[in-house]
Design a protein around this ligand. Structure first.
Ligand code: NAD
Ligand code: MG
Length: 379
């Protein structure tokens, strides 16, 4: 195993599971970054001996520098520190496990430095798919999906001729509030929204699953990754999260990727593609699961999904605007400043009222629109 990686966001749910994969397959880790959880970052640094760690929060970085003063590990801080980790010369692949559009600049920095990208950070593709895809093409690097649905589709597409694809079928667990109607959702709490049936993930994406914004973001992510339109992407509720997604081909053959819900399969595939290596993930025993169920999503109750489709069809800055509104609204919900149902309301109103220009050329335009939306929502 000769992979040389950097992990952006190593202290999060995906970051920790990426280190599990690295540990198992002796993948060399050169740089790690975090927002502020320096206790865990210190522990990771001592185990994996990267040459560089970066912490966004400068105060936390100062404390980590002292804690690691008995080592030769360099500790950088701020956005510049994260960017230095993203372009760190010894890595050939950067795993982006940062949450939110904060991952955009580091992704572009890594691409411009010639790194392959294993991308968990879906918000980057949602907000800036066009720019990221152009940068990937120009730099001649590879972009591997880590999101389980997109990894499933990528796996199903192996060996499939270029023009054979008819549509994608993204599966969705339905999140914490599957089966509920708007009246049942008026007073739901943060704690209830954070109870995902099948996956243990960071708090932002868990709330996104509860509102189904996550599936909306994934529709947009899929459109960029696989070059398909909104009409070519179906969403299917599949409560068990065993089928991670499917593709339908022109002859109506359907290919699916199955497995127990464990992110270490898609993470490992993104790092070892096209090889299949052994894994600590449990084997799937369908005789125990016995039943797999499917249904259509309830888009009247879970409005974020149709709002994202609308943003995708409008194009330009609209997906970035929907994403920014959602990031701001989820933050307010987690701080208990707004109710659960205000999340789709804020995202919907923001998209409906946005009349910025349509085509995007530069990442700065996306980040400016992102800031404008966030400050309009902050309270
Ligand atoms: P998390 O909240 O557990 O971790 C986020 C990581 O990013 C942490 O290391 C944190 O320190 C860092 N971070 C946060 N804000 C930052 C900022 N402004 N600048 C730099 N670093 C920052 O999140 P997660 O659940 O691991 O999700 C990470 C990404 O992967 C998200 O985009 C999510 O949608 C996607 N994803 C996650 C899962 C999952 O199972 N957790 C599955 C599919 C996709
Ligand atoms: Mg997913």
């Amino acid at each position: 195993m000769t992979k040389q990686i950097t992990i952006l966001g190593s202290t999060g749910s995906i970051g920790v599971q990426t280190l599990d994969v690295a540990r198992m397959h002796h993948i060399r880790v050169w740089a790690l970054t975090a927002n502020r959880r320096i206790d865990l970052l210190e522990q990771q640094a001592r185990e994996f001996q990267p040459e560089l760690v970066a912490v966004l929060d400068k105060e936390c970085a100062k404390r980590l520098r002292i804690a690691l003063s008995d080592t030769t590990i360099q500790v950088l801080d701020g956005e510049e520190g994260i960017l230095a980790a993203a372009r760190y010369e010894k890595a050939d692949t950067v795993v982006n496990a940062i949450v939110g559009v904060a991952g955009l600049k580091p992704t572009l920095e890594a691409i411009h430095a010639g790194k392959n990208i294993a991308l968990a950070n879906k918000e980057t593709l949602v907000a800036a798919g066009k720019i990221v895809k152009a940068a990937v093409r120009e730099a001649g690097v590879q972009l591997y999906p880590v999101d389980s649905e997109h990894s499933a589709i990528f796996q199903c597409l192996q060996g499939c001729p270029d023009n054979a694809l008819k549509k994608l079928i993204l599966t969705a667990s339905g999140g914490a509030f599957f089966g509920k109607k708007r009246k049942d959702l008026m007073n739901v709490t943060v704690k209830e929204a954070l109870q995902h049936p099948n996956w243990s993930m960071g708090s932002k994406i868990t709330v996104d699953s509860a509102t189904m914004m996550n599936k909306g973001l994934e529709v947009i992510e899929a459109s960029w990754l696989f070059d398909v339109s909104d009409e070519q992407i179906d969403v299917l509720i599949h409560r068990e999260s065993i089928i991670h997604s499917m593709i339908e081909l022109k002859d109506h053959a359907v290919m699916a990727q199955l497995g127990v819900p464990d992110m270490r399969i898609p993470i490992q595939y993104a790092l070892t593609y096209p090889q299949r290596l052994s894994s600590p993930v449990k084997e799937l025993d369908l005789s125990v699961i016995a039943t797999l169920t499917f249904s259509r999503p309830d888009t009247e109750t879970f409005e974020c999904l149709p709002i994202c489709r609308q943003a995708l069809r409008k194009g330009g800055l609209f997906p970035a605007v929907a994403n920014a509104a959602n990031e701001a609204a989820v933050q307010l919900f987690l701080e208990e400043k707004i109710s659960f149902l205000e999340i789709p309301e804020i995202v919907g109103n923001t998209v409906a009222r946005w009349n910025g220009h349509r085509d995007i050329l530069y990442p700065e335009e996306i980040l400016a629109a992102d800031q404008e939306v966030r400050s309009a929502i902050s309270r």
